[in-house]
Design a protein. Structure first.
Length: 364
């Protein structure tokens, strides 16, 4: 009787368990969480805006600490120096805003009657060339003195809100400058494990500093050229418009338009169409050449953000945290990228899409 040979069953590799969440569901959950966070930021914008401004000021001034400590200064003295420099920057910004706002309001009151006459002449000319009443009424509404005064009042209110927020910024600067000295010892406290996170924030801080150095340099050049040109053309208050050109240079892409409209309108009031066209031509030659053609290249190299994302970030962060969002849009976008994308190896494609050229390099 033959024995039946027993054959051991072939081992079958277990199938990998399916992921708990599908990719589409993970994206939806991430978007929902982002909406919750942004809604919270929107309702807390009066706190988050000054907090972000204070952080940016401290980041800009923080490198002052290193040469002082190398010279033997104690940490508390180096921290005090950082706070003093930060306060000087805030005082200079506040002085410029107060001076420009006061002069602008006074100027509108001085040219109120001339503005009314200019609006009547303009609407009459538009009707004479055959344009419809809708175009004439829309143009008159833009230049209507009451609307201009309302704009000045709203602008003054925004400036007052920013200056009120400075109270919180002053406190934030003290606390953040003091913590800055402690954070510098993080790697010594936690060892190599903390090095990747520290490197990401070093990159973020360096990008913020480079961004504001580039913007301040180009803003100063544009402000000087515009101010001298307006002074040569006898446009009233050229210093105010130079300050406006400097401040609006920190608003990516659309800052040029914000800085052009008030002096162009004033030139139309005091000198008619020829002077307004000359002012517009000067701003186009100077500001477009520097701010639109030259500066974006330097900004892109400094922060590695695409032009599309830079433009969108202005609108997005202004909606989320108010007027300060326009000035802080690039640092806030860099912070989101540092927190969300740069720590995830699987997000290299999104980093490259945002403008980070280093993300395309093979990590091997």
């Amino acid at each position: 009787m033959k024995r039946r040979r027993l054959v051991a069953p072939t081992a079958v590799a277990p199938e990998p368990a399916p992921p708990a969440l599908s990719p589409a569901l993970r994206v939806l959950i991430g978007l929902a969480a982002a909406v919750v966070v942004l809604v919270g930021m929107f309702f807390a914008r009066e706190v988050i805006g000054p907090l972000a401004l204070g952080a940016v000021i401290v980041i800009i001034c923080h490198p002052l600490r290193h040469p002082l400590e190398k010279r033997g200064w104690p940490r508390w003295a180096a921290t005090t120096a950082v706070i003093v420099v930060a306060y000087l920057i805030l005082a200079a910004l506040a002085a410029m805003l107060i001076y420009a706002g006061a002069q602008f309001a006074k100027l509108v009151g001085d040219v109120y009657s001339d503005l009314q006459a200019s609006v009547r002449d303009l609407t009459g000319w538009l009707q004479s060339v055959g344009l419809g009443s809708e175009v004439t009424e829309a143009t008159a509404a833009i230049l209507k003195p009451a609307n201009v005064l309302s704009f000045v009042s709203s602008l003054s209110g925004s400036v007052l809100a920013v200056l009120t927020a400075f109270f919180f910024v002053l406190a934030y600067v003290i606390f953040m400058a003091a913590d800055g000295s402690r954070y510098a010892r993080a790697e010594a406290s936690f060892g190599p494990a903390a090095r990747p996170a520290i490197a990401r924030f070093h990159t973020f801080n360096a990008g913020v500093r480079r961004y504001y150095i580039v913007n301040a340099t180009f803003g100063a050049i544009v402000a000087i050229v515009d101010g001298l040109a307006l002074w040569a053309l006898d446009v009233p208050a050229p210093i105010v418009w130079a300050i406006l050109a400097f401040v609006t240079n920190f608003v990516p892409n659309i800052g040029f338009v914000l800085g052009l409209l008030p002096p162009a309108m004033l030139a139309f009031v005091v000198g008619g169409w020829p002077l307004m066209l000359i002012v517009i031509a000067i701003y186009i030659v100077v500001n477009v050449t520097l701010q639109v053609l030259v500066q974006p290249k330097f900004v892109s190299d400094a922060v590695n953000l695409s032009l599309t994302l830079s433009f969108f970030s202005v609108i997005f962060w202004t909606f989320v945290i108010g007027p300060l969002g326009a000035i802080l849009s690039i640092p806030l976008t860099l912070l989101v990228r540092a927190l969300v994308l740069e720590g995830d190896p699987g997000a290299r494609w999104l980093r490259w899409l945002s403008g980070d050229a280093d993300a395309a390099v093979n990590p091997a």
